[in-house]
Design a protein around this ligand. Structure first.
Ligand code: ASP
Length: 368
């Protein structure tokens, strides 16, 4: 991991940067990638005045999670294993709205959604509304591998987790609690004129906890974002995608977003690409965003970046969010129509970058 992080210090290939400047597209002057990986940690209003040390905390977290995936793909492990491991790393990181650090429902609960898809077989699995599963993406993978179903929800998904024993780590619901997200719920409910629920059993507020970088008291809708996702292409040419979220702050009525909906917030198909989305889940479901990007590549014959731009900028509404994707040829896309998107990408040709706003915060190219 140290080696991978150290790569950020490498000299940038001036020629390549010249050719690719401002396009976010894979440089055609580079050799085709043998493996590639992209991750996101949510999109939305990300305050550009965030103190540099806070920005650094986020970019370090993204780089650490990316390093987990890079090491696996470099050593020939399957894309499916890499996307699961990266998403688990982000689920365990309380900065993101997935696993520990997830947002709260209006009743003060953490209800978690996740999905995973194998582009080689189109097998997929998902869970929605789980409250005691430490890493929902792992349970989603078990739904894919051990059942004939795609999506299990709430008590049913928990019962399935019970049946798997120690393979699925379980926690008390208070494990997911963070003061930061509780403060966001206070804002959301205050804006709606609704009372705050009691603190979850076993949870306690800590003083002076900074709000998440995605929080803006001016726009509590966007304060809820921070979903995580990862897509990868492995050395065998297989694609995979995984997405995990706590959903939207103040959600009610067992609301389920796009993250566990195959074709909406997550999709992988070896014939085209792997996609993970983040943003207003209802819009991603309405437009089948992840599947639409894949279909445009298949039916129109356009590049991944063109398909992604058409959908994110032409189908979704401004500020709805964004996507990360990788194609079967290793082309990488990171397209968003919000202020920013926490993201990171790498491939076997030496591309390595971490970004939040329009331009990457850190990058190197052609170094490997
Ligand atoms: N898409 C997620 C949802 O609607 C939220 C997010 O991406 O932050 O549940």
């Amino acid at each position: 991991m140290v080696r991978v992080l150290a790569m950020f210090a490498c000299v940038v290939c001036a020629l390549c940067l010249q050719a690719c400047r401002g396009t976010q597209e894979r440089c055609t002057m580079q050799p085709r990638a043998e493996w590639a990986i992209v991750l996101h940690g949510g999109a939305g209003v990300i305050d550009k005045d965030t103190p540099p040390e806070r920005v650094r905390e986020y970019t370090d977290s993204l780089a650490r999670a990316l390093a987990v995936g890079i090491e696996m793909l470099e050593s020939g492990r399957p894309a499916l294993d890499a996307v699961e491991a990266v998403v688990m790393t982000l689920e365990d990181d309380e900065k993101f709205n997935a696993g520990r650090g997830a947002v709260f429902t209006a009743e003060g609960r953490n209800e978690l959604d996740a999905s995973i898809m194998d582009g080689a077989t189109l097998r997929c699995g998902a869970v929605a509304g789980v409250t005691t599963v430490k890493n929902p993406v792992r349970l989603a993978r078990r739904v894919m591998e051990r059942t004939r179903h795609v999506l299990l929800s709430r008590e049913g998904a928990e019962a399935f987790a019970d049946s798997l024993g120690p393979d699925i780590a379980r926690v008390e619901p208070s494990y997911f609690f963070t003061t930061r997200r509780w403060r966001v719920l206070e804002e959301v409910l205050k804006e709606r004129g609704e009372p705050m629920p009691p603190l979850p059993k076993g949870a306690s507020l800590s003083a002076g906890d900074a709000p998440p970088a995605t929080q803006s008291v001016r726009d509590t809708r966007n304060a809820t974002f921070g979903t995580v996702g990862c897509v990868a292409l492995d050395r065998s040419g297989n694609l995979a995608a995984a997405t995990s979220t706590g959903g939207m702050s103040g959600k009610r009525w067992a609301r389920i977003g796009d993250s566990p909906i195959i074709g909406a917030g997550n999709y992988a198909n070896n014939a085209s690409c792997a996609v993970s989305g983040t943003g207003t889940g209802e819009e991603f479901i309405r437009h089948g965003v992840a599947r639409d990007i894949s279909d445009r590549m298949l039916y129109k014959g356009v590049s991944l970046n063109q398909a992604a731009r058409e959908v994110v900028h032409g189908v979704l509404r401004p500020d709805d969010g964004g996507i990360i994707a990788v194609s079967r040829s290793g082309e990488i896309a990171m397209v968003f129509n919000s202020d920013g998107m926490f993201r990171a990408a790498a491939d076997s040709t030496g591309r390595l970058e971490v970004g939040i706003w329009e331009r990457p915060e850190m990058q190197s190219s052609g170094a490997r």
